[in-house]
Design a protein around this ligand. Structure first.
Ligand SMILES: Cc1cc2nc3c(=O)[nH]c(=O)nc-3n(C[C@H](O)[C@H](O)[C@H](O)COP(=O)(O)OP(=O)(O)OC[C@H]3O[C@@H](n4cnc5c(N)ncnc54)[C@H](O)[C@@H]3O)c2cc1C
Length: 422
């Protein structure tokens, strides 16, 4: 087989789109066709709906879709992390049951990791899963669960062994969210959206075949999920935005963004909207202000450097080299970029940046940026935690002292009540 090049990939995807793209198809019908072709997730293995191409070609494929306004697979939200984790650790049954429906957008996912007493210290989870009869029974509480109110399935981290040390007593499950034992309560954020939830599990059930990995492998698999989260799900992630074009497929896509993808509507604002800076400077007459120009240049430079770092990481990954520091660096840099972009928006817009509502600058988008950007420094691991990872794993500085990783977890002092007997 000849090696793929940018030109060959472009020609192939263009030819396939010319023969198949039809905006009058239904969204799921089109995505099914697309998935069978492998052009929906070209970097995935050929036996699992991909074409086995290096990730670096995803940009070329996306350009060809954008050129003709073709809709691609479902890419927004936790479903991308679910897909990446299933590809890495799932059984064939998991892959068959879930991957296709993730790409078509038929299933929505959430991530049940954080708890009231364990956010940064995620491994201190006290939600428990006990094997009773012929299935796992789950009891506990999770919090900050994005999209749980829309989700069909969840990635669940739960404790299965209380006598093992903290990191070794956790297991990983794929939990059906549509069952009586799962109760979802929404939480409202300061930007007005309610994309988070508290999730209470009372005797929720998981079939044994929906455990991922073995007992005690939960921490290892959860780390994979977080690594994909910090790397932006390796090229499959996209925003929940829809085209304004006419056609059945675009109507369906707009409906998807308004319903299942609604929790992710503010995510572009959370990233600081670097893309709006130059136009805003032009529209407000600040384009020739030397201070504004300097700040815009700084943000764009940071963004370019971060993009190149991510590309370097992908190239290393494709050459089979071990995972470098780029995941945590990239996550930290994206928080810095978002904050710098928000500051620059304020510099351009002035005090009006604080106004919200339809008569505010850009219909309130600027104020939404200001109050959404802090989420970037918390979600998927806080900036402080990324700095700890960089200092310990990359710079090999001394580890943070810990007193709770060796002894059985049931003996570790905690400030949360443990469900069931101690
Ligand atoms: C937009 C958004 C979406 C989210 N979605 C999800 C989701 O879908 N699923 C999910 O499970 N969770 C989700 N979360 C939760 C997120 O993962 C946690 O908020 C995060 O890990 C921090 O945990 P915490 O809130 O408990 O803060 P804490 O861990 O209590 O931290 C409080 C403060 O202490 C600092 N800190 C804590 N430990 C250390 C340390 N060892 N060294 C230095 N500083 C430290 C932190 O940096 C932070 O500033 C989401 C959060 C946000 C903002």
């Amino acid at each position: 087989m000849t090696e793929a090049t940018e030109t060959s990939v472009r020609n192939d995807v263009r030819a396939w789109l010319e023969a198949n793209w039809n905006p009058e198809l239904g969204l799921v019908e089109w995505r099914q066709k697309l998935i069978e072709s492998g052009w929906g997730a070209p970097h995935w293995p050929t036996q699992w709906y991909g074409r086995g191409l290096p990730v670096k070609f995803n940009g070329v494929v996306d350009e060809e879709f954008r050129r003709i306004g073709a809709v691609t697979v479902a890419r927004a939200g936790i479903r991308t992390l679910a897909a990446a984790t299933i590809l890495d650790h799932g059984t064939d049954l998991h892959k068959e049951k879930f991957l296709k429906r993730i790409l078509t957008g038929e299933d929505t996912w959430c991530q049940l990791f954080s708890e009231p007493g364990s956010g940064s210290d995620m491994a201190a989870a006290t939600t428990r899963a006990d094997f009773k009869g012929n299935k796992w029974i789950v009891n506990g509480q999770k919090v900050w669960t994005t999209s749980a109110h829309k989700a069909d399935w969840a990635l669940l981290l739960a404790r299965t062994d209380w006598d093992a040390p903290k990191l070794k007593g956790l297991s990983y499950f794929l939990l059906n969210m549509r069952q009586p034992g799962v109760n979802v309560q929404p939480l409202r954020q300061m930007n007005g959206y309610a994309s988070f939830n508290q999730v209470f599990m009372t005797d929720a059930e998981v079939e044994p075949e929906l455990q991922m990995g073995k007992n005690g492998e939960g921490w290892k698999i959860a780390t994979t999920t977080l690594m994909h989260e910090r790397r932006g799900a390796d090229g499959l992630r996209g925003w929940a935005t829809a085209s304004t074009r006419k056609g059945k497929i675009y109507d369906d896509e707009r409906a998807e963004v308004a319903t299942t993808m609604e929790p992710y509507k503010w995510y572009p604002q959370r990233a600081g909207r670097v893309d709006l800076l130059i136009q805003r400077a032009k529209d407000t007459g600040k384009y020739n202000d030397p201070l504004v120009r300097q700040e815009i240049a700084k943000v764009l430079t940071m963004q370019k450097a971060s993009e190149w770092t991510a590309r370097r990481a992908r190239a290393a990954q494709e050459l089979g080299q071990p995972q470098g520091p780029e995941g945590s660096l990239g996550k930290l840099i994206s928080s810095n970029i978002a904050r710098a972009a928000a500051r620059t928006h304020t510099l351009i817009t002035g005090a009006d940046a604080m106004l919200s509502g339809s008569d505010a600058p850009m219909d309130g988008t600027i104020s939404e940026i200001l109050i959404s950007v802090p989420a970037c420094s918390i979600a998927g691991g806080t900036d402080e935690i990324q700095r700890n990872i960089i200092s310990e794993r990359v710079l090999q500085m001394p580890r943070e002292p810990s007193t709770d990783t060796e002894k059985p977890f049931r003996e570790v002092p905690r400030n949360t009540v443990m469900l069931g007997k101690r």
